[in-house]
Design a protein around this ligand. Structure first.
Ligand SMILES: Cc1cc2nc3c(=O)[nH]c(=O)nc-3n(C[C@H](O)[C@H](O)[C@H](O)COP(=O)(O)O)c2cc1C
Length: 325
């Protein structure tokens, strides 16, 4: 039974207003249940623990840790970040201490701190992805894996896995057979037909897709000819990419029956609701952490307020009301 903030106080017969606290924010992503649809985006909230000074990790629908690889990685040459007027360019290069350190040192500190813990993994070949998935399978505290397929496939000319539907289907199928954990495949926007990649991920056995990773871009100082990033080309994130991400979520929604997690330029509850209106069942927030470190609880509060104001008793009602053709 929902409580109300006013029981027809004006006596005008208008429907009683819903209290924000009573809005049910829970969502289902295939086998994965989230208390609310706000997740952190990989690589922008560290290993999760770094965010503890800013919010209680248990408030997030899910914490997604930065990409973990088999061997430790130092990351790319500096500079790794370059600000643009409406987005952030990065070329971080997946620095991390490798899977052994993650399992031995980080996981014991992280386990149980969030309602849902998603470990993002990347490999240089199919075997590395499935080996990582196998190592993480059954470890206490891990609720799902997210596959970062935007990384280069060293067995295939260093082209990202994410570009080829056949490669994606085989990769996901191999990972699927290595773990019983729910699988989220994270899609790259740097492809011609994102729906065909989502379809391939589904056929390989992915339970959900998340999109988008960063959009290829660069910056340059015309006077010196000096590029903004050490690797010259990097990935753009932040408000500039939101329209691209919305378009791609809609394209996947129209073509493939699979739960979608929307990512790209979310800075406000309205942004999050836009993704939930074009077919996403949850969202991830990335670059916004750098401006507003406690963005997660702010988005959750904002969702409650807006949905209550719109007379929605649950976020699932909003998702089901999707009207975009
Ligand atoms: C500094 C930075 C580091 C990132 N590192 C990763 C990463 O390790 N793994 C990954 O899958 N995505 C990574 N991403 C991509 C984000 O998770 C997200 O997909 C992208 O930034 C778009 O969302 P946003 O506009 O909300 O930031 C990174 C993004 C940024 C800005």
């Amino acid at each position: 039974m929902h409580s109300v903030v006013s029981q027809d106080a004006n006596g005008d017969g208008a429907a009683p207003q819903l209290a924000p606290a009573d809005v049910d924010l829970s969502v289902q992503l295939g086998p994965l249940h989230l208390d609310n649809p706000i997740m952190t985006a990989s690589g922008t909230a560290g290993l999760g623990l770094e965010m503890e000074p800013f919010f209680d990790l248990a408030e997030a629908g899910a914490i997604v840790v930065k990409t973990i690889t088999k061997a430790p990685r130092k990351g790319n040459p500096l500079p790794r970040l370059s600000e643009t007027p409406s987005g952030l360019l990065n070329s971080i290069g997946l620095p991390n201490k490798g899977i052994d350190a993650f399992i031995e040192k980080t996981l014991p500190l992280l386990a149980g701190k969030s309602r849902c813990l998603v470990v993002n993994i990347a490999g240089g070949c199919h075997g590395e992805f499935s080996e990582l998935a196998g190592r993480l399978d059954g470890l206490p505290g891990i609720d799902a894996l997210e596959l970062n397929i935007s990384c280069p496939n060293v067995e295939d000319g260093n082209l990202p896995f994410a570009r080829d539907p056949d490669v994606v289907k085989d990769l996901v199928a191999e990972v699927r057979s290595a773990t019983s954990l729910p699988l989220i495949t994270k899609l790259s926007p740097n492809v011609t037909d994102v729906a065909s990649i989502a379809q391939a991920a589904k056929e390989g056995g992915s339970d959900a897709v998340s999109l988008i990773n960063t959009v290829l871009g660069m910056s340059v100082d015309w006077r010196s000819g000096q590029p903004g990033l050490g690797t010259v080309i990097g990935g753009l994130s932040g408000p500039a990419v939101k329209p691209i991400a919305l378009r791609m979520c809609l394209e996947v929604k129209r073509a493939v029956e699979i739960p979608i997690i929307g990512i790209g330029g979310i800075m406000s509850a309205d942004d999050a609701l836009e993704f939930l209106t074009v077919g996403a069942s949850a969202v991830q927030v990335g670059t916004a952490h750098y401006k507003v470190p406690d963005i997660v609880p702010r988005l959750i509060a904002g969702l409650r307020e807006r949905l209550a104001g719109a007379g929605r008793a649950s976020v699932r009602e909003q998702i089901a009301s999707m009207k975009v053709p």
